[in-house]
Every structure is written in C-alpha cells, then in structure tokens.
Design a protein around this ligand. Structure first.
Ligand code: HEC
Ligand code: HEC
Length: 421
C-alpha cells in the first residue's frame, strides 16, 4: 500500500483505498503466465482454467464438478485422476520434510501427495508450476522447450505487459530452433534437444518461468486474507451468532476438532490462518464412481509418492491413501448461486453439509449396500460407503463427533465465512 504524505509531513494518509495493489514486474509476468492459454498444446488451457479466481482458484466447470471433478486436459478426452485443489494459499506450504514424533510425520510440498517437494527450485510452488505444462493430461506440451518458445515469442504480445526478458534480461533468452518448435503442436512428439548447452539454457529458462509464476502465487492477489472471518478476527467486521457458534464447534477439541488439522495457528502472514498444517491424512473419503480412471479407482496419495523416495519408502504403507490437508478458504466461492462444487481429492462431496455430516457420522452410520453410492444417495439412505483405503483411515480424530444437527448447521455456516471478497 502506498502512502501519501500530507504537506506537513506528519500524518500518513492511506492513498485511495480502492487502488488495487500494484504488482512488481516479476509478479506481473507470473500473472500473465498463469492466465495464458497459449501455454498448452492446443492453446486452449491456462493454469487459471483449472484454478479460476472466481471459484477460489479451483475448477469453475459445472459439468466436471457435478461428476468426476477431474478437469479435461488441453487434449480432448485426456483426464488425470484428481480434482484441482485451490492454488491460492499454496505458497505457504513448507519444503517437504518430516517431524519425528511417535513415528514420522511428513509435512509440506504441493500436490495432494506432496510430490512437488520444493527441493529442486527451493520453492514448493515453483517446483509445482513445472508439472502442468508437460503433463499429458493437463496442458500437454511435449517438452519444456515448447513452453520457453511460447513464452519468448507470444502470439499475443499484449498478453505480456511485462515480458520474460524485461524481468530476466536479454541474456536469459533462448533461441529455439524451428525443427523443435515445429513439433510443439503435437502432444505426443518425442523431442530430444541433443545439444547440451542448448538443453541447459532451456532448463534455466523453464526454471525462471516457474519461479515467476510462484512469485505471483505469493502475492496478496492470490492470498488476500479478505474473508468475513478475517475481518472478524481483525475487529473490523462481525459474524452472526450462528457463525460464531460454528467457529466454537470448529475449534473445540470435544466438538468438531477441525482445527487439529485445519489449524488456526498463524501460519500465514499477518497472523492470519491458512487452515492447514500441511500434513497428510486419510479421512476415509469414499470412491467417486465418476472418476475418469474408472468407478473402482482408489487414490494411493502420499503413500505412493513415498514409495519412490529412498529415505521415506519404509513409511509408505502407513500412509497409503493419505492426502494433504487443504486450506478451507474459498470453499463456497462459485460463479452462480447454484453452480456445483466438488470437495476432497476426488470431488466425492458436492456439499459442505455432506462433508460435515460425514466427519460427524462416518463411523456411526451403517455402510451403504452400494459401495459406489454417491453423496446424495448416501445422505438419502442414511449410510456411508466404504472408504478408498480402510487400513490407514484416521479413526482417532474424526468419524464420530456426536454433534447435533444444529451444531452441524452452525459449522457449515462458519465454513461459508471463509470466502475471500
Ligand atoms: C487440467 C487442470 C489443471 C491445470 C491446467 C493446472 N492445474 Fe494445478 N492442479 C490441478 C490438479 C488436478 C491438481 C492436484 C494434482 C495432484 O495432487 O496430483 C493441481 C494442483 C495444483 C497446486 C497445488 C495445490 C496444493 O494444495 O497442493 C498448485 C499450486 C497448482 N495446481 C498450480 C497450477 C499452476 C501454476 C498451473 C499452470 C502452470 C496449473 N496448476 C495448471 C489441475 C490443474
Ligand atoms: C485428522 C485431520 C483432519 C481433521 C481433524 C479434519 N480434517 Fe478436513 N481434511 C483433512 C484432509 C486430509 C482433507 C483432504 C482429504 C481428501 O481429499 O481425501 C480434508 C478436507 C476437508 C474439506 C474439503 C476441502 C476441499 O477443498 O476439498 C473440508 C471442507 C474439510 N476438510 C472440513 C473439515 C471440518 C469442518 C472438520 C471438522 C469437523 C475437519 N475438516 C476436520 C484433514 C482433517
């Protein structure tokens, strides 16, 4: 925020409160990259396509949210296996590490299984940002050279008010030969750079692109902390009585116990809660029969990633099906009042009412006869389907909370105060 000094030079006055915070050149570049659909193989998908600011930096697509929750990639018919989580507030996740407590607790990283560890570029979100461009079921470009070529030579120069070389200097530019760029429209092209010096320059540019995106992801624009909850904490706004009761349920260890994982401790800047401790847990979410990988698909989560790690492989079995605790900010942001939403790694839940009822009664209600029952069917049948991974499910902190219907409703009301404005 800029300050305007009065003529006397004594009292700072806040300048025009309506002025949006200005982005620095690298932040502006990162923003342009985040919103550029040309950085996908068919020039039809940007980061923001799956992480739309108007839906809380998650998926805005009604047809996907209502069903499998996985968003189609740049190439029609290609799908991954998970719902886009919020890309906002991800900047606060620490580099993947472990805490020695009773066993080993893994903390940090990005992606629901933590596999963007932050160890490559020193930033979790920078490591993450290199994934989607080259993922065949997402933006689908066949090689990092193609990302670099499209950033350096944008089809729409106005899309980049601040260009790559404006930030990183002319020396950081890379000349990519036409025989390589000619292959960039083919998602299945096999590109081998050959020349080692050129390959190294491409890698360097691809790293700078990722760092630029991560720098934008760390701005107030993506982490505004501007919800009604924040105003209430700051003493500049109010919550209704019901919302305040819901907050009590959220916080109270003997009630919702939500803050055990969706922590309120000041992990974000300015003492604001991010609502996650960046650990991983298996809370027993049932299968989503509409998952594009098949009705029986189960998501191995952190366990599968740890299997590939020489240090942590020994702990993999204990955390099969564990997913990273997500932020709870912007849960209810949608493009129109009845637009479908999807919650959890596989988007099984479509309503916050269903989520809260699940936490409260998972271990109390009988198993649904149909293991693939949808949320709506489970609620109507007063049952819950089996979890994806039974053996590693957390039974200590959730599943039988003994909340009344009124307390459930209060908790839902509270969760809806976490949308940024
Ligand atoms: C086709 C949809 C799609 C596109 C395009 C996409 N993402 Fe994602 N994003 C996802 C999905 C799905 C996940 C979770 C994947 C996983 O956990 O394996 C994710 C995860 C993330 C996360 C991690 C959030 C967390 O809590 O761990 C961030 C940050 C993110 N994306 C940013 C980006 C950026 C930056 C781009 C562009 C370079 C991008 N995404 C492009 C779907 C997409
Ligand atoms: C033991 C840790 C833990 C506790 C306690 C916990 N959660 Fe969660 N929460 C998680 C994890 C892990 C996920 C992601 C699970 C997945 O995707 O499979 C999650 C996901 C969610 C989501 C979905 C968010 C999204 O964007 O998809 C909501 C909403 C939620 N929790 C609310 C609550 C509420 C309300 C409570 C208290 C009643 C609570 N949680 C208690 C760990 C916890």
């Amino acid at each position: 925020m800029k300050h305007v000094w009065m003529a006397t030079g004594l009292l700072p006055l806040l300048a025009m409160p309506s002025l949006a915070a200005e982005l620095s050149p690298i932040e502006q570049l990162g923003k342009s990259l985040f919103f550029d659909t040309n950085l996908s193989v068919n020039r039809n998908q940007a980061c923001a396509s799956c992480h739309d600011p108007d839906t809380g930096f998650t998926s805005p697509f009604d047809e996907f949210n209502a069903a499998g929750a996985v968003v189609q990639g740049s190439v029609a018919g290609r799908f991954g296996n998970r719902k886009p989580p919020s890309a906002a507030y991800a900047t606060f996740s620490p580099i993947l590490h472990h805490i020695d407590d009773d066993g080993v607790t893994i903390v940090g990283g990005a992606f629901l299984d933590g596999r963007a560890t932050g160890k490559k570029l020193g930033s979790v979100t920078a490591d993450q940002a290199q994934g989607p461009f080259l993922n065949p079921v997402e933006m689908g470009l066949p090689h990092a050279a193609c990302v670099v070529a499209r950033v350096l030579d944008p089809v729409d120069p106005f899309a980049y008010p601040v260009g790559y070389t404006d930030v990183w200097g002319a020396d950081a530019a890379v000349e990519i030969p036409a025989e390589i760029t000619g292959l960039c429209n083919d998602p299945d092209a096999k590109i081998d750079i050959g020349d080692e010096a050129l390959a190294a320059r491409i890698d360097g540019a691809f790293d700078r692109i990722a760092i630029s995106i991560a720098t934008y992801e760390a701005t107030d624009e993506m982490n505004p902390f501007s919800s009604r909850f924040d105003a209430w904490v700051a003493g500049t706004g109010t919550l209704s009585e019901q919302e305040r009761r819901g907050f009590e349920v959220f916080e109270d260890e003997d009630k919702g116990n939500c803050a055990a994982c969706h922590v309120l401790a000041p992990t974000g800047r300015e003492q604001r809660a991010v609502f996650t401790d960046w650990t991983f847990d298996n809370i027993g979410v049932p299968r989503n029969r509409d998952n594009p990988q098949g009705a029986d698909y189960v998501d191995p989560g952190l366990g599968e990633f740890l299997r590939t790690d020489p240090v942590y492989a020994a702990y993999a079995e204990d955390v099969m099906g564990a997913q990273q605790v997500p932020t709870l900010r912007n849960l209810d942001k949608r493009l129109s009042p009845n637009a479908p939403k999807a919650y959890m790694h596989n988007g099984y839940f479509k309503t916050l009412e269903g989520v809260v009822h699940f936490y409260n009664t998972r271990d109390v209600l009988p198993r649904c006869a149909d293991p693939l029952a949808s949320e709506a069917e489970a609620l109507a049948g007063n049952c819950w389907p089996a979890p994806e991974f039974e053996a590693t499910m957390n039974k200590d902190e959730l599943g039988d909370l003994k909340l009344t219907a009124a307390e459930e409703a209060d908790l839902v009301a509270f969760l809806k105060t976490l949308d940024d404005r």
